[in-house]
Design a protein around this ligand. Structure first.
Ligand code: HEM
Ligand SMILES: [Cu+2]
Length: 543
């Protein structure tokens, strides 16, 4: 065993001030990512409330069409690039070195640089609303030809700022990918073989390999599109001979796998939380671990399911329909394993567990509508309708945001050294679960009845379900209040948590809360399999 000395480079500021400093400690950076991402979650949520306020009635009454386009474009973009992705990176940054028994990430300075790019990305996106020509209006996918039209003639316009922001966030994420993959491959503690790694580490490895492999396609495409828009090139602009379909391929070559970059860490959180609150080992650990790599591998061969209506030849539709449906296999394995893990367990329904169970239920629903959409004949009918919007919100909110909440509650005692308030946590869960289903379920019947997405006004026949959805959205907006109050008060005044309040067997719980700068007093040596609940219950309770 190697003993560790503290690193003079860590420059830890006292108290909250450290989160505003250029720290290279992965725990500070992880928390910085989480705090930044949550602020932008609130901003994008506010944009969603404005969208839902407009959709409360069939007429155009709250905003004008130009602003509405900017609202949904920036809502989607900020939610993805400034909430889900960086929040996942933040949690992983905090946890990965602790879970593999390392003292930090492989490249701490690169880690800090990758983080500090993100506030710039967020500011660029939000500030674009204040440009004379307004924010980008081409939707979060920014398809040409809409995205290369510049009716205002201004050189600095919303679309240009949008493209810069997306390219920058891509550069930050590629830096992160290099760092995570190197850390997991090279810095595992002695004895931590591949098949002893916690499932969360497997999911982050899979997700970050996808970032490295696929993200350059989007970052490159965004830069090329920027040239088309601002410097008159014609890669994708159809009026001068460019090919807009190539842009769609490059966009989805990343943005489908991006769904797994967002969802795999959520699967990791479910796999960590369930065994602790069911007091049972994770069912089928090895299969669950390997299925993450399978999902990532298969996930790079399905992107054309977003392009069934883009003049795609039939053979291609058939291929991508089949490849998409095949992903249900490794995904189904996970759902089965989670079900078997809680089956006949002595469940403790505390807040992290509630969010994970709620998230799995909503993921099951998203999986079913996903299989429906994978079928090309069905997709031809509902493409560009609210059915699609409903489906992916069950993924990005119902699954990933719920898992993030669950993970934040679960690791809150580790990060802060304090306990959160359980009653406020449960209230938060109930409001969120009801709000989310009221908000996103009605989108499915609306889509099946033909209501198009990205419209600020609609035919009166759609009003009923839209009222339900908007009320659900406002409830969802309010649901964040007990969370914010709980986090702020508990972080300052909560009772001390101790090293291992959940009596978990995970390595991150074997060090103090919060962990010392160098994470472990001594580098641990790993001898046991993960998830020793039940098997090792007696030794655990002596902790
Ligand atoms: C907080 C609750 C949320 C509400 C009330 C909400 C509501 C909506 C609505 C109504 C639309 C459709 C706008 C339209 O087509 O006119 C939309 C689009 C979208 N939302 Fe959300 N959403 C929420 C959370 C999220 C989250 C967590 C994500 C995470 C990625 C997300 C990502 C998107 C994306 C990518 C679009 C598509 C934008 C586009 O069409 O270009 N949303 N949202
Ligand atoms: Cu996809």
């Amino acid at each position: 065993m190697t003993s560790l000395t503290s690193d003079p480079q860590d420059n830890l500021q006292p108290g909250w001030r450290r989160y505003f400093s250029f720290s290279v400690d992965h725990k500070v950076i992880g928390t910085q990512y989480l705090l930044l991402a949550f602020c932008f979650f609130l901003i994008a949520g506010l944009l969603a409330m404005m969208i839902r306020a407009e959709l409360l009635t069939p007429q155009l009454d709250v905003v004008d069409r130009t602003l509405y386009n900017g609202l949904f474009t920036l809502h989607g973009t900020i939610m993805i690039f400034m909430w889900i992705l960086p929040a996942n990176v933040g949690l992983a940054n905090y946890l990965i070195p602790l879970m593999i028994g390392a003292r930090d990430m492989a490249f701490p300075v690169l880690n800090a640089i990758a983080f500090w790019i993100m506030p710039v990305v967020g500011l660029l996106l939000v500030s674009s609303f204040f440009l004379p020509s307004g924010a980008a209006q081409a939707g979060w996918w920014s398809y040409p030809p809409v995205s290369v039209q510049n009716p205002s003639g201004d050189f600095i316009n919303g679309e240009l700022v949008w493209l810069l922001a997306v390219a920058l966030s891509g550069i930050s994420s590629i830096m992160g990918g290099i760092n995570f993959v190197t850390t997991i491959v090279k810095l595992r503690a002695p004895g931590l073989t591949w098949l002893k790694m916690p499932v969360y580490v497997w999911t982050i490895l899979s997700a970050q390999l996808l970032q490295l492999f696929c993200l350059p396609a989007l970052t490159g495409a965004a830069i090329m599109l920027l040239f088309d828009l601002s410097f008159g090139t014609d890669f994708f602009a159809p009026f001068s001979g460019g090919n807009p379909i190539i842009y769609q391929h490059l966009f989805w070559f990343y943005s489908h796998p991006a769904v797994y970059v967002m969802a795999l860490p959520a699967f990791g959180v479910f796999s960590e939380v369930l065994p602790v609150f069911a007091r049972k080992p994770l069912f089928g650990y090895k299969t669950v671990a390997i299925s993450s790599i399978l999902i990532a591998g298969q996930g790079t061969f399905v992107w054309v399911h977003h392009m069934f209506t883009s003049a795609t030849p039939n053979w291609m539709r058939m291929f991508f329909m089949a490849s998409t449906m095949l992903i249900a296999v490794p995904t189904g394995i996970k759902v089965l394993a989670w079900t078997a893990t809680v089956w006949r367990g002595s469940l403790r329904l505390q807040t992290p567990m509630l969010f994970c169970l709620g998230g799995i239920v909503m993921f099951l629903f998203a999986g079913i509508t996903g299989i429906m959409l994978a079928s090309a004949p069905f997709d031809l009918h509902v493409n560009n309708t609210y059915f699609v919007v409903g489906h992916f919100h069950y993924v990005v909110f119902g699954t990933v945001t719920m898992a993030l909440y669950g993970g934040i509650y679960f690791w809150f005692p580790k990060i802060t050294g304090r306990r959160y308030n359980e009653a406020w946590g449960k209230l938060h869960f109930i409001l969120t679960f009801i709000g989310a289903n009221l908000n996103f379920f009605p989108m499915h019947p609306l889509g099946l009845q033909g209501m198009l997405r990205r419209v600020a006004s609609y035919a009166p026949q759609y009003e009923g379900w839209n009222v339900v959805a908007s009320l659900g959205a406002f409830l969802l907006g309010m649901s964040t209040l007990p969370f914010i109050v709980n986090i702020i008060i508990s972080w300052n005044l909560g009772p001390a948590a101790g090293a291992n309040p959940w009596r978990s067997t995970g390595l991150e719980w074997s060090t103090s809360s919060p962990p010392p700068v160098e994470n472990f007093e001594e580098l641990p040596t790993i001898t046991e399999e993960p998830y020793g609940y039940g098997r090792r219950e007696s030794s655990v309770s002596s902790l």
